[in-house]
Design a protein around this ligand. Sequence first.
Ligand code: SF4
Length: 455
Amino acid sequence: MQKLKILFLDIYKKEGFRINKDVNGAFGTGNNYIGGFFTKLLARYQKESIFWPPIYFASTMGVAEKLGNNCKYSTTLKDANDDFDLFILSSSIVACETELKAIEYLKNFDLPILVIGPFASTCPEKYIQQGANVLIGEPDTALFTNSKILNQLTTSSQLIYPSNKQAKIVNLPMPSWENIFEHKKCVMGFLGSGYSLPIYASRGCPYSCFNYCTYPLQQGRNLRNESINRLVDQIEFYIKKLKVKSFLFRDPVFTINRKRVIDICNEIIARKIKIVWGAELHLKDIDTELARIMAKAGLRIVFVGIESINPESIKKTKRQNAPIDKQLRSIKILEKNGISVKAMFIFGFPGDNLNNALKTINYALSLPITYLQFSVFTPYPGTPIFSEYKDKITAKNFEEYTQWDLVFNHENLTTMDIKYLLNKSYKSFYSSIFRLTRIFYRLAKIELRKRFGIF
Ligand code: SF4
């Protein structure tokens, strides 16, 4: 098989806020907090201190290299030229129109263009109309099990349906972070200074909130686990090779299998790896024993979705939250063990109104958490709930789907209401000297662990 020279292009729109193509099931988000001083400051800080490309992009590069191809990663079209045999583009809802413009430019080179990722896989039409090929399904496992796909691409636009979607992940080559680091380093300010990497211990999520969530669209609803040894080998490898100091587990729900979490932590502790890491988890899974071992293994921040305290909204979105008293107990356990909790809430769920939203803000402010996030309910194409909203969509472009903009006619809330709620919630939380001191204290402890292995 001919070995190809491939340019992996990860193109971003220039904005005053951070665009991340990996989060939100790799549909991406843009931290467009809108309006006030505090929200603008926060958006600017996040833009400067956080960057990582989609994991599927790094992993697909790893596969392409394993197949013998010569790959280069870039975030700029200036690197495109006809020395390459193929362009592969990442896709996202939040930078969709920018990606389409990039395809228009790349067509000048008369080379095959392939678009990959959950968003293009779910909504391939615009990319196909623009003249690119679109790979349907999970790109890394698809290429790994169908090694001829890349060599068979042409300049005509086609949908490519691989024969083996969502295959096992234990045999995949490692993501090509070395290659990505040559162009741009990954950093996550919330995990302190130095380089960071996102990593998967598992893919897939079986929970019923797939009704509105984008994660299962590509990862599926079956849980697929990475081998624990291979996972910790990867962590050690990137620490040595790329001087990475922290990791963010990007599993949809890291604590979905308690025994596995304990085994992962024990392996990290047994190998004396002094890292700092973060993860997304469910409050219903937390108890003191689990929090202690995760903290001992280096867990310092968790992201927990509470979304709303309006029972009607929770019911309509088919979410299963932990009861309120359990939420508080779990948050206290985590924070007591030095694990910062970032609680995530959503305005504009079905049935939400100004009164409910203000109650949710008050509830959020009453929690002993370190970080807070409020975003805006967004019915994403491809999710089951989208069918209820498709005739109410007001957004003209996909790039308006930042998760901080209202993209549909809400039954009770206007765009002005949403702006007001976002400003109120962020300002109320982050303007507190007590909370800011707590954040600095936690970040200082993270630095001490990274530098001296203490805490
Ligand atoms: S638990 Fe629900 S919201 Fe979280 S990733 Fe799974 S389906 Fe999505």
